[in-house]
Design a protein around this ligand. Structure first.
Ligand SMILES: [Zn+2]
Length: 727
């Protein structure tokens, strides 16, 4: 038989217990359940609350008032949706056409004013934080005041708290509409772990689970119900929604309602119909991380929001470090980075399936626990690999851009792009999957000129199956090339990388930040005009007839056949820069194109010509600057290392790792991802504070009442063990 799983159970009389393990009786060999009372003292004679009882007793049912109950039922049954099971634990009778009770709803509306809970208390009790992040409090207060609200907040700004906290503060149950099953599951898991009663309704549930969830909802057991848009207009769901007091309707990923948005979901258009069918219109709020002006207008109009309060918190992600490397061998640069990220969770994006295979194989050979994800794998393998990443069994996910929608792992510490993506929008979205917990994270892009060739190839073959006419297709390609050009600019700029991105999204920003490679390295720029002038004269004296690689060959003094046959070895610039690394000179050529000192014909023959600013550079009225001098041939490896040193904090690494082990164990017991137990930030704060008592533990950022009760003991003993080992 299957033994009951470890975890929390409720006795039919109401007391909660934790099943610790199943043992065997030393004489009879009978299976015995060892379990512990979760309330103070427990009921055992010696007061330690540990019970040992035969398994047969644990699993038997009891009958009271003609109804049959299991003696112990998993606590999740109460508010989370149970895992699929074939046992027939009783579901209290319900009918889909139970009478609607409008009186109750009206009475509830009138009493709302007196009943609003203290949001700061919720913030600390449930989430364990002492202060709000940017914009959160404004959004929450607007929702509580009864006003419709739209929030445009970047990934990682904590938008779910903006509707969850009002849901907890207001009487009644909130309905959250969300497009993705994995997101719903994650959010409900997190809420449940924090002691909030929540459930989700989507196509991943069995009929029995749906019935159970609806029965519980009717009894008013949930504060928050997540639902897929497809479910809203079903008779069953509408009946439920009309029969319970609804505190608010929150629309997550609201850009899905707009055809301008990249993730258009037609069922989102059902939301206003659903709201109109409710006996009283609840307050409505909508949140998204990606919204251009068009999409924002669509959200307000199509959701039929009434004079909504609009909150836009901006695109800047202050916890992300940006870096662009232009390595000669990408795999070497990647290995170097991976070594500095040992044990951390990260994503490596590659442009093609083949590269995903190559890179993940190589990482595995290096002993790095990597897994892979691309559209060529079976559904089953994709799901398995995604779960392995999410549960921290595989630290590194190597993937194409197919990996992303629905990834809500907050503790991704780095995102590396092995290839340049097609535009800044894609880059910022993918890189933005790092550091969603607000902790420091790094975004690195490995650029090479080949990436431009690859992306141009994709653009040339765009729209072949889309049914666009020739003119439309040309227009689409043209826009794609403009966007690609901005992406290239990002890879080559020596200005602040963050400022470059923010300007692209038309957001005002400082010229410098302190958290990107260029700002850190480029406090003082060096004048590389002399080298640049040599490059210009080479292009000039070779008659503006050659591409970059031939020009660099000439400057390096190569004896390649075609070069000799064109008599380029007779030029005065032949071999003039041979003391430098080829990659450095290539990089300078690219930057000169970017700055208008050189010009390049894009297309079949990318010939270099003198650019509009060439004359000014030659005359000396303009300068060519860079972050560093071109590298001389011998000094290469040393410098590369220095650039790649990680900026992530490594303080107390040993204690941190111990706490991570505890977290993984607890997550395993509860079958949830580790970050649902605690975020990295919480573990860092734990390292700093090293709590020894429950009261101290409660002060750790991210620890609320429920989690304190559930986990304080395990973490405190790990800290004490570590401290003892230090002596
Ligand atoms: Zn910067």
């Amino acid at each position: 038989m299957d033994y009951p799983k470890k975890g929390r159970y409720r006795h039919f009389k109401g007391g909660e217990y934790e099943l610790i393990y199943i043992a065997r009786h030393s004489e009879t060999d009978e299976p015995m359940v060892v379990y512990k009372a979760l309330y103070k003292g427990g009921e055992t004679p010696n007061g330690d609350g540990i019970w040992v009882r035969p398994l047969s007793m644990w699993t038997e049912t009891v009958t009271r008032d003609g109804k049959t109950f299991p003696r112990f039922s998993p606590v999740e049954d109460e508010f989370c949706v149970p895992p699929p099971c074939d046992d027939d634990a009783p579901i209290e009778a319900y009918t889909d056409d139970a009478p609607i009770e409008p009186e109750r709803t009206l009475a509830h509306q009138q009493s709302v004013q007196e009943e609003i809970g203290d949001i700061r208390k919720i913030l600390s009790d449930v989430y364990g934080y002492t202060s709000f992040r940017d914009g959160q409090e404004d959004a929450i207060n607007s929702i509580l005041s009864g006003r419709d609200t739209v929030g445009i907040m970047p990934t990682g700004a904590g938008k779910s708290m903006c509707y969850q906290i009002p849901a907890l503060a207001l009487p009644g149950c909130a309905i959250v509409i969300s497009p993705l099953i994995s997101l719903m599951k994650d959010q409900v898991n997190s809420l449940t772990q924090s002691g909030v009663k929540a459930a989700y309704l989507n196509s991943s549930l069995t009929e029995r689970q749906v019935s159970l969830a609806i029965a519980n909802a009717r009894k008013g057991r949930y504060k928050i119900i997540y639902a897929a848009p497809e479910r809203l207009l079903t008779e069953r769901f509408l009946n439920l929604a009309c029969s319970i007091p609804i505190s608010l309707v929150a629309v997550d990923e609201a850009h899905c309602i707009s055809q301008w948005g990249q993730d258009f979901r037609p069922n989102y258009l059902d939301i206003p119909k659903f709201i109109a069918s409710l006996p009283t219109r609840p307050r409505v709020c909508a949140f998204t991380a990606t919204a251009t002006e068009n999409v924002r207008e669509d959200i307000k109009k199509l959701l039929d929001l009434k004079n909504p309060y609009e909150l836009v918190t901006g695109f800047n992600r202050t916890n992300l470090f940006f870096r662009v490397l232009r390595p000669e061998k990408k795999m070497d640069a990647l290995s170097e980075l991976m070594r500095s990220y040992e044990g951390m969770s990260g994503i490596v994006y590659c442009a093609t399936r083949k590269l995903v295979e190559d890179v993940s194989d190589k990482l595995k050979l290096m002993g790095i626990p990597a897994t892979r994800y691309h559209a060529g794998l079976t559904d089953d393998e994709r799901k398995r690999n995604q779960d392995a990443f999410s549960m921290d069994e595989a630290n590194v996910m190597v993937a194409t851009n197919a990996f992303g929608m629905g990834i809500d792992k907050p503790d991704v510490r780095y995102v590396i792009h092995y290839n340049m993506p097609k535009d800044i929008e894609s880059y910022y979205q993918e890189a933005g999957r790092a550091g969603r917990d607000g902790e420091r994270a790094e975004c690195t892009l490995l650029y090479s000129r080949q990436d431009i060739v690859t992306q141009n190839f994709f653009i040339d073959h765009m729209g072949e199956e889309s049914g666009l006419d020739e003119k439309e297709a040309e227009r689409v390609k043209e826009l794609a090339r403009v966007r690609l050009n901005s992406m290239k600019g990002y890879c080559l700029t020596d200005e602040c990388l963050r400022a470059y991105i923010l300007r692209y999204f038309s957001e005002a920003s400082e010229d410098k930040c302190s958290l990107c490679m260029n700002c850190q390295a480029g406090q003082t720029k060096v004048d590389i005009s002399p080298v640049s002038k040599i490059i210009l004269s080479c292009v000039d004296e070779s008659g503006e007839r050659f591409g970059a690689s031939m020009i660099v060959n000439v400057l390096m003094g190569s004896s390649e056949e075609r070069l000799l046959s064109c008599k380029l070895d007779r030029l005065s610039s032949y071999g003039a820069l041979s003391q430098y690394e080829r990659a450095s000179i290539t990089e300078i050529v690219e930057q000169m194109v970017e700055k208008g000192f050189l010009d390049r014909d894009e297309g079949m023959y990318p010939i270099l010509r003198l650019g509009p600013n060439a004359a000014s550079l030659m005359r000396g009225s303009m300068k060519m600057t860079a972050l560093r001098m071109p590298e001389a041939k011998s000094s290469r490896t040393k410098k590369a290392k220095k650039i790649m040193q990680t900026t992530l904090s490594t303080d107390n690494k040993e204690l941190f790792n111990r706490l991570r082990v505890v977290r993984s164990r607890l997550a395993d017991q509860k079958s949830v991802p580790p970050y649902v137990i605690f975020a990295d930030a919480t573990l860092h704060d734990m390292c700093k504070r090293r709590p020894h008592t429950s009261a101290e533990f409660l002060k750790v950022n991210g620890v609320g009442e429920t989690k304190m009760r559930a986990y304080a003991k395990d973490f405190i003993s790990a800290i004490e063990e570590w401290e003892a080992a230090q002596k």
